[in-house]
Design a protein. Structure first.
Length: 253
C-alpha cells in the first residue's frame, strides 16, 4: 500500500531530510586523498547524534555502519573501512536519519581530488538522470515515467542503469511502497498522487549493467569492474510539482 503524507507530515519529513542534506554536504567537503571511509562514517555518526537524531542505516537488517561508502566499482552498500581514498577515486556517500519518527534518505557521488574525464562525465550524467527522474514526479503521472526518464538519459549518454536495486517510497519506514526502478516503459504502474514521498536514486555504471554482491553480504560491485555512480534525493509529489526535500543548495542538487 502506498501511503500519502499530509502537508504536516511532509513538513516533519523535511526536518529529517534537511539534516541528511547538511551532513552529506559536510561529508563531501571532508572527502579527499588520505581520508578513510571509516573517518567519514565517524563524522556522520557524530553529526547525527549532535542533532538528536538517529542513524537510519545502522543496525538495519544487520548493517554495521551509519554511512554507506562505495568506492569506484562499488555500486551501493559499501561498508566503511580503513581504506584510504586516493586521488582519482570516486565515492558514493549514502545515508539516512530518523527525526521525529520520519526518515530522510539521500546519496551523492563525489570526486576524490582530480578524476579522469570519463569518471567526471559519469557523475554528471548520473546526477542529470536523477534530475530527469525527479521532473516526472508529477501529480497524475505514472510511476514508470520516472524510471523511463532516467534510463533514456543514461543510455543516450552511453552508460548503463543498474537493475537489481531500485528507489522506494519513504516516510515512517525507510523503505515503503512503491518500488521505483530506474528503467522501463512510460505510462505504467500507479498514478502519482499528491502526498507521495519517493526516494529516487539512479545507480549508473560506466560499463555493463551487471552487479554482484561480495562476501560481506552488503557491498555490491560492477561485474565488469567498471566505475559506478549513485545519486539520490527524497522527493514529495505536490500540486505545485516535485519538492526535493534533500536539496543541498536550494537548487534541487
Amino acid at each position: 500500500m502506498i501511503v500519502c503524507k499530509s502537508p504536516a507530515e511532509i513538513a516533519r519529513m523535511s526536518r529529517a531530510n534537511a539534516l541528511v542534506a547538511a551532513i552529506l554536504t559536510e561529508l563531501a567537503t571532508a572527502t579527499g586523498p588520505g581520508v578513510t571511509t571509516r573517518d567519514l562514517d565517524a563524522l556522520a555518526d557524530r553529526r547525527i547524534r549532535e542533532a538528536g537524531a538517529r542513524a537510519a542505516f545502522k543496525g538495519y537488517r544487520g548493517y554495521p555502519a551509519t554511512l554507506c561508502a562505495s568506492v569506484n566499482e562499488q555500486v551501493v552498500h559499501g561498508i566503511p573501512s580503513d581504506r584510504a581514498l586516493v586521488e582519482g577515486d570516486i565515492l558514493s556517500l549514502d545515508m539516512g536519519v530518523v527525526v521525529d519518527g520520519f526518515y530522510g534518505d539521500s546519496a551523492v557521488t563525489v570526486a576524490v581530488g582530480r578524476i579522469a574525464p570519463e569518471a567526471a562525465r559519469l557523475l554528471q550524467v548520473t546526477e542529470e538522470a536523477l534530475a530527469h527522474g525527479i521532473g516526472q514526479a508529477q501529480v497524475g503521472g505514472r510511476l514508470s515515467d520516472i524510471g523511463h526518464a532516467v534510463q533514456q538519459w543514461v543510455e543516450t549518454n552511453g552508460f548503463s542503469v543498474v537493475r537489481e536495486f531500485v528507489g522506494h517510497g519513504i516516510g515512517q519506514a525507510l523503505h515503503e511502497e512503491p518500488q521505483i526502478p530506474n528503467y522501463g516503459e512510460p505510462g505504467r504502474g500507479p498514478r502519482l498522487a499528491e502526498g507521495m514521498v519517493l526516494a529516487i536514486e539512479p545507480m549508473v555504471n560506466a560499463g555493463k549493467p551487471g552487479v554482484k554482491v561480495l562476501g560481506d553480504g552488503w557491498t555490491a560491485v560492477t561485474r565488469d569492474g567498471s566505475l559506478s555512480a549513485h545519486f539520490e534525493h527524497t522527493v514529495a509529489v505536490t500540486a505545485d510539482g516535485p519538492q526535493v526535500l534533500t536539496a543541498r543548495d536550494g537548487a534541487g542538487r
